[in-house]
Design a protein around this ligand. Sequence first.
Ligand code: PLP
Length: 394
Amino acid sequence: MDQTRSRSPFTDVIHAGQAPDPATGAVSVPIYQSSTFAFASAEEGAARFAGKDGGYIYTRLGNPTTRALEDAVAILENGRGGLATASGMAAVTTVYTAVLEKDAHMIATAAVYGASRTVVENEYSRFGVRADFVDTSDIEAVRKRLTPRTRLLYVETPANPTLRLTDIRACAALAREHGLVLAVDNTFSSPILQNPLDLGADIVIHSLTKFINGHSDVVGGMILAREEALLKRLRKVLQLMGGTMDPHQAWLVLRGLKTLALRMDKAQDNAMRAARFLESHPKVRWVNYPGLPGHPQHELAKSQMKGFGTMLSFGLEGGFEAGRRMMNAVKLCALAVSLGSVESLIQHPASMTHAGVPRREREEAGITDDLVRLSVGCEGYEDIQADLAQALSA
Ligand SMILES: *Cc1c(COP(=O)(O)O)cnc(C)c1O
């Protein structure tokens, strides 16, 4: 990959890594639906296996359609390169496998994506891996958990569903000081709003399922690395473990990517207006949105993000019951988990995603009974507000 960022992400989502097809001039990157690639001669085959001519061998090891997507996101994130994966979780587990050795220790944000935590506790623990899940917005709390076996600092910011931020620059300084790898799950911000590699992170992870694809119709993931040596190590693990992406899946994500900047712009504008509306609504007790000046980390958001995002959470006056009533009353917002799509999606963690977690643990993680999470979509703002208003009065 030899392309660099242009002046605008609006341009890069459309052109980065996606030049017209050299064979046919096709403007849309073709779907190279082939599992294997023929060599012109025994000598060419040998050169390819020796990694000398950069050509394709077998789709698990690399494919031109998938490669276009990897280059595009790598340019947007300013990475040395990208690795597309079958799902966001395939990206997460590839990073864990590449970075952690037997009996290693990692420190992660307490509110990480549920499966990113469960896979450590249920599976990697069998290989002696230990993890501490802490409030990474408090850098001293992170420092206190360091051990001689700590290898990985794994951060999600803003965290879900509390919208609490972690200072990426401070984590990068700590990681450098102690020889740790800093990985940031950047799913919630997309490359349009936050670029952790520019702030000192070593690895960025995306669930492409969310903003980058953006249409609730594909599952996928991506890993980006700042340096060649780490990228090579990650690639080796991914190719061996087999969680690579299919070319048809890559093409669908490339199609979604073209409008990423436009979608973020519209959804973010909607989110800011929805946050202000909810803040002034009598049935809403509090609103968490980094774009509101009252958010405790509004200044940090301004210093490490290029926008405040499209995710917000709010608390209802009537607690748990009011949450359930609101879920049953929405008409435009889809009552669904996931996020980052063109449709507005709403959910009530206490009765849905986190219903199985004991209340005390839930509350410690900031997931109170009254909390509603909203992923604001690209609909007309007036319609979103009207739906929220009628659901709140139900
Ligand atoms: C969805 C999600 C994942 C997992 O991605 P899948 O594509 O569902 O495997 C990881 N991290 C975050 C923050 C997510 O929202």
